[in-house]
Design a binder for this molecule. Structure first.
Ligand SMILES: [Zn+2]
Length: 181
């Protein structure tokens, strides 16, 4: 991460309370609305820089998502690592985004982390982890960056339907048996 100076970065951020959105005050990418930070070579998404300053390099194929759905926000508490979206990859392949500069440091237009798609691997893992009572639906929703309903649909076999999958018994804090534990 060359030429990125934390001080220069944070000067451009409207830092507020822990749970508030911290908006980028300098330039933004026109289409996505993400903050633009000049790293000495190119403009990169400021939300990505914020995450990198705290956690280090972003693993290849991963992107930085917002829990607040506010593109210029760089509050580290609102950012999480998400999987790259299939649909954005498709879009590039189909050439619909071909006039956009291809910049790996920038999220592609139309990418929406809050509706992050699950993969078959995610689904298998979610079902296993829930059945073994390791994580609740709330925890899983946060972990995978999807809604609780999406998790419940997966667990109840309403989405990603499989004949081989046996729907586990429901459990959680709302279940009286669990409350005793
Ligand atoms: Zn935010």
């Amino acid at each position: 991460m060359n030429n990125i100076f934390p001080e220069r970065f944070w000067k451009k951020v409207n830092v507020k309370g822990e749970d508030d959105c911290w908006e980028w005050t300098a330039g933004r990418f026109a289409i996505s609305g993400y903050g633009a930070f000049w790293n000495g070579h190119i403009n990169v998404g400021s939300h990505r820089v914020s995450w990198q300053l705290l956690h280090g390099d972003i693993p290849i194929g991963m992107q930085i998502c917002h829990t607040c759905d506010n593109p210029p926000c760089v509050n580290p508490n609102h950012l999480f690592l998400g999987t790259a979206q299939d649909n954005s990859n498709d879009k590039w392949k189909k050439g619909r985004g071909s006039r956009e500069p291809v910049n790996p440091n920038r999220q592609a237009r139309g990418e929406r982390c809050h509706t992050a798609k699950l993969t078959q691997n995610d689904v298998n893992e979610i079902r296993k982890v829930y059945a073994e009572k390791i994580m609740t639906t709330d925890m899983l929703a946060k972990e995978y960056g999807v809604t609780r309903k999406a998790i419940k649909d997966v667990i109840a076999n309403r989405t990603w339907k499989s004949d081989k999958y046996i729907v586990p018994e429901r459990w959680g804090i709302h279940n009286p048996i669990m409350r005793g534990k």
